[in-house]
Write a protein that binds this ligand. Sequence first.
Ligand SMILES: NC(=O)c1ccc[n+]([C@@H]2O[C@H](COP(=O)([O-])OP(=O)(O)OC[C@H]3O[C@@H](n4cnc5c(N)ncnc54)[C@H](O)[C@@H]3O)[C@@H](O)[C@H]2O)c1
Length: 455
Amino acid sequence: MKITIIGTGYVGLVTGACLAELGNDVFCLDVDQRKIDLLNNGGIPIHEPGLEEIVRRNRAAGRIQFSTDVEASVKHGTLQFIAVGTPPDEDGSADLQYVLAAARNIGKYMDGFKVIVDKSTVPVGTGDRVSAAIAEELASRGSNAEFTVVSNPEFLKEGAAVEDFMRPDRIVIGLDDTANGSRAHDLMKKLYAPFNRNHERTYWMDVRSAEFTKYAANAMLATRISFMNELANLADKVGVDIEAVRHGIGSDPRIGHSFLYAGAGYGGSCFPKDVQALERTARQYQQDLLILRAVEKVNDNQKRVLSRKVISRFGEDLTGRHFAVWGLAFKPNTDDMREAPSRVLLKDLLTRGATVSVYDPVAMPEAQRVLKLDLPAVLVERIQFMDGQMDALNEADALVIVTEWKTFRSPDFDRIKAVLKAPVIFDGRNLFEPEVMAENGFEYHGIGRSVLTRK
Ligand SMILES: NC(=O)c1ccc[n+]([C@@H]2O[C@H](COP(=O)([O-])OP(=O)(O)OC[C@H]3O[C@@H](n4cnc5c(N)ncnc54)[C@H](O)[C@@H]3O)[C@@H](O)[C@H]2O)c1
């Protein structure tokens, strides 16, 4: 099938590459010339396991192309996927300017039937706005070309995006159009048929419900995280091990084990903005989403949990203190730094006079870029970007772990102890067992695991 992907970011590039891998003829469009040049020169703009290989293989086979040529992109695909960003606007609502610009471009150049598939995360009612934008462009040039707008939200996780796309739990497709409905339905069914071979994974619904489903999913996941973080903070006070509690409740099938980890708060490009956007939608309809308001507040607070623990151990004034920080990306297996808790931690430590040595297996270049935007130059100068995780430890007063990369899970504790000034670890992801750390002579601060200090 001939497919156009508008927006070659995390979602667009993964979608395009995976659909090409299945034999489709894919045209990836982006307005960012540098990104397209990089891809056309064999590079890859993001870190995503397995993606580079798939892109290389399908480029060589001629099944995927990258371009900034809008007209050619519209002419190419019967299916036009919109996968552009929907960042938060000043008031927290989803900024739809990129989605609507993409829609207008389609209306400007289409000359036959098109199915416009909205993969970006967009508020309820966006499908109608996309339809209206396209219809307006068609009317302005007297075209009566037909089209159908479909909602097909994406549920992939950064860090496992290729795997998630290739083996989805579910495929949600929202489709209303009665005139062209069966044409669009048949095309979508054909496109996703390879994913449904083992069993049917597609949930068909109306466009608005599909749009809402994506927000509901992210809001639910964010709620579980904030719930556990809030309980972990209480666990710290009452001498309870939140990890024991996690096992104790997760074994109930109504609760389940996933997404119950206490930590340093959620970040990334989706949860923070999607929770905000859903709250904003509710406010437009005079409803206050009380749970989500609390979820957001708890998370903002939780991003400071590590700096609070450091400060309560070393004092408000951190002048002369030096800290090693492991992990900068908002989660492992990605270089995405959007809303990463590490950004809050670094700001808190540096503004109190500390210096830091930081290490992340893949996010170092992206971290250098965003930290220059976050912090004044005098503070950025106090960050040393290290080549290895052990190098970061030299002469540090403590190690602070922010991201749960695999390479941090079984480190050489004897070496850590030898290199740190004192054996102090603040673990924002509960990677280690407090008892084992105590036996190894560490002063260990996890999240919600202060049961040992109670003894
Ligand atoms: N990143 C994720 O894990 C994830 C998961 C599920 C859903 N989503 C949703 O998918 C959407 C895209 O997210 P992302 O993380 O891939 O964003 P991204 O910022 O990585 O990529 C968006 C791309 O769109 C391009 N673009 C903007 N306007 C354009 C236009 N008019 N024509 C062509 N290209 C244009 C940008 O240059 C950029 O490269 C968002 O709505 C997001 O909420 C993201």
